[in-house]
Design a protein around this ligand. Sequence first.
Ligand SMILES: Cc1ncc(COP(=O)(O)O)c(C=O)c1O
Length: 413
Amino acid sequence: MTELSPVLKQATPVHVDHGAGCYLYDTDGRRYLDFTAGIGVTSTGHCHPTVVAAAQAQVASLIHGQYTTVLHRPLLELTERLGTVLPEGLDALFFANSGSEAVEAALRLVRQATGRPNVVVFHGGFHGRTVAAATMTTSGTRFSAGFSPLMSGVHVAPFPTAFRYGWSEEEATDFALRELDYLLATLTSPAETAAFLVEPVLGEGGYIPGNTRFFQGLRERADRHGILLVFDEIQTGFGRTGKFFGHQHFDVRPDVITIAKGLASGFPLSGIAASRELMAKAWPGSQGGTYGGNAVACAAAVATLQVIEAEGLVDNAAVRGAQLRGGVESLATKAIGDVRGLGLLVGAEFTTPTGEPDTATATAAQQAAVDKGLLLLTCGAHMNVVRMIPPLIVTETQVEDALAIWSEVLAQL
Ligand SMILES: Cc1ncc(COP(=O)(O)O)c(C=O)c1O
């Protein structure tokens, strides 16, 4: 009998039968409030009727029209519709399938456009599992250990992770920018640095938002040295943080963004957006792929964008995010050292009485929540941060229900 790879680690024992809105139902009919959203993917909820109808209609008319062979309507519609939500100046798109592929496409673009070999990434960032993406991932050694040699040309600068350093946000930001300057003076000359690649909020790395001074500091250095600024918006895009894209909290202009996850409500679709001028500097033939811009995925993405707009999901993420974070903060016990997040991306970091990462208690909390019908995940280098990422359609009552379960969980730890 064949089986799934034994290396795959299941975060919950749930065998899902179907999903609807913010709920998943297991094969015994038990209902779970899903605050994982397929790791930040099903932002419109499971099987939103508008997305389902669009995908079903598309399946019956064209499933795959390889997009460098033929053009198709969903791809063109999506490209046009994204133009209404993308940051100003980013008016050219390249589509792929997974987040990792989008990150690699961004890397290829910045290297080809600048002719420079190196990139600077920020400690705690997660950018994917393919070799280049894994090399640029510094949120845990499990993503890059054991398959060296990795890619060359990657340098790691600090992210302002104030809680970990035990500093104020100001101190952490001063440190991070100072160390970036030192890195540019000692390890990677600006003349050899193609880009800074950064998440607006460290995702896998522990749900740690950056801040305005930090990102503006990156922008200023990028401008000064002709370095490109790439925001990895794969987890933070499409309303997740309470603004359409995460970087928009920080009044900073990106040169490139990567997109995936919330873009297509669960269909595999990713991409990069840049200015036409910059995108044109990618070398001929360097962009393509068999499945990128799949017709059904594009139709689902168009429907997703319609739902986000029609149902006011960006605002809902801001309002429900404030409710969720406020609730998690007010329930925090001594086991929780820090609560943080942006919009519907909320993390609670478990620490021991001496302030060390407490993986065991975080895992126990996450598992206890699952037992009580609330699906959660952990993240962070030590997997000691419980993260909450509900669909953006989550209601006030569903947030209250989740908080009630979370309160029971904390009481029994
Ligand atoms: C910020 C970020 N970048 C890249 C990725 C990689 O995406 P994928 O798993 O689709 O390759 C992820 C996935 O979690 C992510 O959160």
